[in-house]
Design a protein around this ligand. Sequence first.
Ligand code: GLU
Ligand code: MG
Length: 449
Amino acid sequence: MNIDQIVQQARDTETQLVRFIYCDSSGVIRGKATHIDHLSGRMVYGIGLTVAMQSFTSSETIAPGAGFGPVGEIRLVPDPETFTTLPYSPGNARMIADMFTLDRKPWANCPRFFLKRMIERANDLGLRMKAAFESEFSLIIETDDGYEPFDRSLCFSTVGMDYADEYIGDLVEALGQQGINVEQYYAELGAGQQELSVTYADALRAADNQITLRDTARGVAMKQGLIASFAPKPFANEAGNGCHIHFSAWDKEGETNLFFDAGDRYKLSPIAYQFIAGVLHHLPGLLGLSAPSVNSYRRLQPHFWSSAFVCFGPDNREAPVRIASGFWGDEMKTVNLELKPSDSSHNPYLALGGLIAAGLDGIEKELQPPEPVLMDPGDMQESERKDKGIERLPTSLKEATDALGRDEVLMEAMGEVLSREYLLIKSADWESSRDQEVESELHQYIHRY
Ligand code: GLU
Ligand code: MG
């Protein structure tokens, strides 16, 4: 759609405010809205934003040592492809924006541009990346004493579906109206926990869809007096909320899945194995992007189906990289890989961009993965894991971001500005969490994500 068509559509739908939104480096979705009367102009020159926002920590302060402060602006310029009215918030629409410098160049600190650069890199190798973010989240009720799960229903239980049916019905409808194809829904294991999966798409669209899904899940919940929280571990003793990333590489027409090979035991091609090897090689640092909050590491524990040891395996839900088996008769289009140590406190553009950078490194260096693991690696003796070279994943945000800082491939991919500011934010988050009570951390994350 061009600008005139968007303005017309906004007027036809009685939109008053159009939000130009972005996901910051901390994974928080933010934005500023323009009044419809100024929309056509704003679509060209954007909305100004202080540069400091991309150095913002989880305490809503500027990270100590940050390169950006009160002086300087960028422009949020919306991508017209992402225009949609908000079904749960009449009179409002949104577009996802990119960050431009005042001299109209892509800002080096923009997460969405980072993903676009990685998509380009894959294209240069003849690969078109596709992905889907598979979100789990918790429905929560705020009480005078704090937060309570919405229900205590059992895993995949129809009772759980019935408890949440009004909310899920509205959510599915709202997503459909925004062009998101919902594939599956179920009540997950944890109290109040829900899971909703959507159809895979080209990488940039997949990350945009994840923003839409998070925004919509929270917005619809709010209208029903509920909180939909994507925090990795909103309740210390319940199952965590993953946001697994499914991914595959296709030919440039997007017709043939280049990860598929009918002759292989797991139906994977040589480049898929190289991609896996790259991801496993960079996994400790990649976690700094895919599971990037203090709260993430409450979730990544052995035996919680979120993964805890560096390995991969066919339909192994304790492996950080699962080979997801294809659908009968449609294997070529459906065989894919799944990154499990990933949660919605990430910025999806950074997480997916980092994943692509890691996998492409495996292809470029023709790395080979170790043997697949066919059991829960947490059930192996320590000595067996050691013999097989199966390492524990980072167990804290600090370990993950230290590994990220040491990972030259990921650092180079992010570029100097984005990587520097990102690590400063994460280091500030880690420092401020050190004397934080568990309860206060959980509440903080329930609210943030
Ligand atoms: N809730 C688990 C996690 O934290 C995932 C369970 C599943 O395999 O869907 O990732
Ligand atoms: Mg699940």
